[in-house]
Design a protein around this ligand. Sequence first.
Ligand SMILES: [Zn+2]
Ligand SMILES: [Zn+2]
Ligand SMILES: [Zn+2]
Ligand SMILES: [Zn+2]
Length: 248
Amino acid sequence: MASGQFVNKLQEEVICPICLDILQKPVTIDCGHNFCLKCITQIGETSCGFFKCPLCKTSVRKNAIRFNSLLRNLVEKIQALQASEVQSKRKEATCPRHQEMFHYFCEDDGKFLCFVCRESKDHKSHNVSLIEEAAQNYQGQIQEQIQVLQQKEKETVQVKAQGVHRVDVFTDQVEHEKQRILTEFELLHQVLEEEKNFLLSRIYWLGHEGTEAGKHYVASTEPQLNDLKKLVDSLKTKQNMPPRQLLE
Ligand SMILES: [Zn+2]
Ligand SMILES: [Zn+2]
Ligand SMILES: [Zn+2]
Ligand SMILES: [Zn+2]
């Protein structure tokens, strides 16, 4: 915490709840609350013996108001601290070379200047403005930068959204293509299955027909073969016959 803030916090602790100023001659009453002597005396003025604490409404004895030396010391210390704060602030705002207040800001050197500095040859040709104006300019620049950055942020968000959209579209396309391939192959598979069944049934039929035809052929050639065999046998017999018998 900066020392200034610290002093302010401390000061809050020694504020009189009646006049809302720093306690003057702080006193404590029966309930434990603290006030300026003057403030609490005014409250108790109209009553005799007892009065109500303006903070907690407790009934307290009028003659039990007592000075709080601890609090008084604290108030004095805080006031001393505040005084030194003010002094150091004044010192910060004073040119150490000329003991004059800073009123200007040199844009070239980034330095605060008193009116003597400003007229000096060091800064005479420099771009010098009043501190308030320089601060305003700076605020303006900051504002501009904020706007530029906000615009960039907006654009980045848009680009990101577009990117996300593109990825979504691509993912959809991939899924669609996958489904298309699956469907196509399922169809192909069906067609091939049908073709296979058709060819198989055809080959079964051919096989069956062939076997039947073969059987039929064998059956039909059997008597012819027998006849031929008989003929061959008789011819063989004739072959072995003596010539005479053969020519009979
Ligand atoms: Zn007071
Ligand atoms: Zn009280
Ligand atoms: Zn100066
Ligand atoms: Zn300068």
